[in-house]
Design a protein around this ligand. Sequence first.
Ligand SMILES: O=C(O)CCC(=O)C(=O)O
Length: 251
Amino acid sequence: METTNGDLLASYQKDGYLTGIHIADDSQATYFRNEYNALENEVGAEKCEIGLIDWHFDYKFIWELAIHENIVNVIEELIGPDVMLLATHFFCKYGPKEKFVAWHQDVTYWGLEPPEAVTAWYAIDDSDTGNGCMQVIPGSHHKGIQEHGKSEQKGNLLSINQEVSVTEKEENTAVDLVLKAGEMSIHHGQIIHGSLPNHSKRRRCGLTIRYISPSVKQAEDNSLKRPWKPILLRGEDRHKNFDIVPNPFPY
Ligand SMILES: O=C(O)CCC(=O)C(=O)O
């Protein structure tokens, strides 16, 4: 993506997403994929689908991605100099299968006040329409928090089977976030997004990395009933809304 910083922010505010941002060169992207492959060998593919939440506390390569300069530089452009890492979560779809991610907004069930967060989606594998890349409905974040129901379609990977209803007209505006391994997209916490099944034989693995400003607090439980454990990555925490969590890999 060839844009100046001001353009990035303007585009993010208008559309609620950015895509095609180069993060890692081939050798670094291969390093991250190899590390992920080793983790997958260790814990099994089923666990990897959506079961790897906040493993940045234990696996250095996940931490390295969460603090990656090229990623956090963009986040800083979007939310300002004070940046906290909120969470990490792999979304890995093995094909061919009917597993999908229903249309939803991220922050609806996160218990954050204000309900604001930004996600970097880092492509471990190439991600395209053949293996079920992420899709967003541009501008849908302007509508604010929306009520979600339950998906009636089998195979929704979301934690509580949530789904927000989307009109056919809105769905027709959806954009495919096609990424090469080593690239990332960014999405706003209130944008409606999801992904279709992976009908290919290729794996489609992405690491979502969630960031907040320290001014955000946890007002309610999240859907997993787990307190967030954010870590200050840049700037200052003038709000002290969370207990201090140390950097898991100090060096
Ligand atoms: O990776 C996907 O297909 C969906 C990711 C997602 O829903 C999210 O970032 O919340």
